[in-house]
Every structure is written in C-alpha cells, then in structure tokens.
Design a protein around this ligand. Structure first.
Ligand SMILES: [Mg+2]
Length: 312
C-alpha cells in the first residue's frame, strides 16, 4: 500500500496520538516540533518514490525518541516562563544540594556509618540507594526506611549521622557555582528571601553560616518544625507566610524530587538544580525548568525576561 502524503499529519493530529505524546513527552519543545515539521516534509518526499506508510512511521518514531532522550533539560513547557511572577517579591531556597553540593558529604556519612553497623550485610550502600531512600527526605522518613522494625534505633542513628555530617561540612562544604551572583541579583532587586529545608536546624544554620549567608536570609524554615515536612507544601507555605509574600510573585530553587514537589504543591514555579539527582527524575516532579548551577544561561535568560516584564 502506498501512503497518501497527509497520512503522517493525520496520525499526529489524531487526539489519541497527541494525548500519548503529551503524556510521554513532558519535554515537548521547540526542537521536537521542528523535527515533526521535518518528518512531515520527509513523508511527502518519500511518497513521491512510493515508500510505504510503515517506513516513515518508523522514521518518525525514531526521531521522536531522539528528541525525548537528547533534550530533557532544554525543554520549555507552559510553566517554564517566570514572567507571570512580575513584579517579583521573594525567592525561596532549599539548602542541601541547592545552596551547596552537600549530598556527597551526606552520602559519605551514611555509607560509612551504615557499613559500620553491618547494614545490608556490611555491603556499602550505593549512590542509587542514597538517591532513592535518603536525598531530600525528612529524617523521620529516612529512619523508618532504614530501620522499619525499630524506629527508635533509626532516629538515634540519623541523629548520630547528622553530627558526623556537621563535622565533615565544617571542613569541606562549598557553595554551588554562581551562588554569589544570584545572591547579588536578589539583593540588588530588594527581594525577600527564605531558606526552606528538611534538614535539622543545627545543620541548616551551620551550612548557612559556612556559606556566609546568615545575614542574607530573612527566615529559615525547618520541615521538622512544620506540621508536615517536604514533599508536603507546609514548609514553603510557612515560608511565604513568614515573609508576608504572595505565591503569585515568588519562585523556588530546589534540587530534589521531594523538594520540587513541595514547591509546586505550594503553588509556585520551581527552578530545579540538577546538582546530583538525575534530570529525568527531577522532571517528573514538574519544575519550571532545570539548570546545572547558578551560572546556567537558562536561569539568567529567564531572570532577564522577568526584569523586562516587571518594567512594563
Ligand atoms: Mg535539597
């Protein structure tokens, strides 16, 4: 059977196909659409030579897959623009993995201490296990996940691990690239700012102090001091309330799935930092967009747009 030149467009216009693509392609973007245009053009060309429908459907599927896997972080979905926040009022920051690359220090502390007590038969935990079970989560949940039959032991363990983390952090903690640049931008714009974290207060205050940000934050919100920690929106809602800021004029910086979910659930756009956690997992939590660090040109393009929108 020789296909008509419009077959591919009909396939793409079919509501079922579109629904599937939207579901699978959180990353639909300009590149993807331009590739569809290319496929449509190619289908017309191949039809002239009597090539069958199946062949160019295979080609289109291949190109769609390439788009999906090659461009996860450059996506631009409908939530990616920050311009609707103008005039911007406040910025909320997570701490671990967002202000500083602290996850390797947490991972090191967990791995050493768990191995010492013979967890997992004495086999060191993997980074994948750390990301799935620990990163961005509240200590009560971590204690329960590591010691499901003995919560008291789990809570004692995570307390001791936090003490070890603080000893390491005092010597090794470094700010994320570009943090100073974004700090100055926020100060120059006179914005309100809060740190919102699931870390214990002793950790949060130590990290903020090491990073020289004690005078920068107006308030520090601790997940464990709220009714619910992240991924519940409570800590971010409490942050907004403390700053007397509106969610409609505030955005969030976060680096974990749990944290992005909390910010999104609180009604704010979240800029995800792909510091350590895999981009495809972060994207599932629906950030506005992802950046590598605070020097990322995507961030500065979005902030420039926001400035322009505020000046109108
Ligand atoms: Mg974090």
């Amino acid at each position: 059977m020789t296909a008509s030149s419009g077959t591919f467009q009909i396939m793409i216009k079919c509501p079922i196909v579109l629904r599937y693509l939207k579901k699978e392609q959180n990353y639909l973007n300009v590149v993807f659409y331009s590739k569809l245009t290319f496929v449509s053009w190619l289908s017309r060309f191949l039809t002239c030579f009597g090539i069958e429908t199946l062949l160019y459907l295979h080609i289109s599927y291949f190109i769609i897959c390439c788009s999906y896997h090659s461009f996860p972080s450059c996506c631009a979905n409908s939530e990616s623009s920050l311009t609707r926040l103008a005039p911007l009022e406040a910025v909320l920051f997570d701490i671990d993995g967002t202000l500083c690359d602290s996850d390797p220090l947490h991972y090191h502390a967990f791995r050493e201490m768990l191995q010492e007590i013979g967890f997992n038969g004495g086999v060191p935990i993997t980074e994948e296990f750390f990301i799935d079970t620990v990163a961005g989560k509240h200590n009560d949940d971590i204690a329960l996940a590591l010691f499901p039959g003995d919560l008291e032991r789990g809570l004692k363990f995570v307390d001791e691990k936090e003490a070890m983390f603080r000893r390491i952090a005092a010597k090794q903690l470094k700010p994320l690239n570009g943090l100073d640049k974004v700090r100055k931008w926020i100060e120059n714009h006179g914005l309100k700012r809060a740190a919102v974290t699931n870390a214990p207060r002793a950790n949060a205050e130590l990290m903020i102090s090491i990073l020289g940000l004690s005078d920068f934050f107006d308030v520090v919100i601790i997940g464990g001091e709220c009714e619910h920690a992240k991924p519940h929106p409570d800590p971010y809602l409490k942050g907004l309330e403390a700053l007397k800021a509106s969610k409609d004029h505030t955005f969030v910086f976060e680096d974990s799935v749990s944290g992005i979910k909390a910010g999104v659930a609180a009604g704010m756009p979240v800029i995800g930092l792909a510091t350590r956690n895999p981009e495809h997992l972060l994207m599932e939590a629906k950030p506005a967009f992802l950046i590598k660090d605070y020097n990322d040109s995507k961030l500065w393009a979005a902030l420039e747009e926001l400035d322009k929108a505020g000046a109108r």
